[in-house]
Design a protein around this ligand. Sequence first.
Ligand code: TTP
Length: 208
Amino acid sequence: MSQIILASNSPRRRQLLEQIGVEFEVCPAKGEETITKKEPSEVVVELAQQKALEVASMLNEYNLSHLELTTPQDILVIGADTVVAFDGKILGKPKDEQDAKNTLAMLQGNTNEVYTGVSLVFIDKKGRAGVHNFFEKTDVTMCKMSEKEIERYVASGEPMDKAGSYGIQGKCAIYIEKIHGDYNNVVGLPISKLYQELKSVGIDLYLW
Ligand SMILES: Cc1cn([C@H]2C[C@H](O)[C@@H](COP(=O)(O)OP(=O)(O)OP(=O)(O)O)O2)c(=O)[nH]c1=O
């Protein structure tokens, strides 16, 4: 594997890849996302794939001259998308503060499901592309929150760029009763499954 590109603006995803010692470039997707699926597991994979394919198809627009991409080589583009599912609803990032308050009023005292889809787009030496997608799910149980607590939390600004209007890794940690599954999946990238899935398609990251 010679070059890894993370198709994401998310600082959390960047940190998780850095944490395991992977060398990569960040080239965020810019396009509009289109949802045609209904199941959360299918929605996150669909959106992750749109991000990864968009970046893969635009690689020449990024200033990657230092990667010597004129020489054909293998490239891996990683796209990811996270949503929260609760009571038949799929919750992305809040539209505004009121939306965040309504979402938290619904999630508090209950268990929600966090889905992250990951799309791996491979471009081989001959310019051929291949795609491998997967998702991970984690159950998150939140403590009860009073209206005042929800208001204070939303006023902190933390919910605004997060699916389900909460950040398990941030201030909201005090309202997380328990989780079942991979913590990193909630933060935006199931790093263990990513490594295992890469291995299953014959890619060893040779991390250390
Ligand atoms: C539930 C939860 C979500 N999140 C974040 C992960 C994702 O970054 C974000 C969901 O938005 P996404 O649309 O998945 O990702 P993004 O817009 O941040 O980045 P990009 O599309 O460029 O890859 O919510 C947390 O950080 N903590 C949490 O506890």
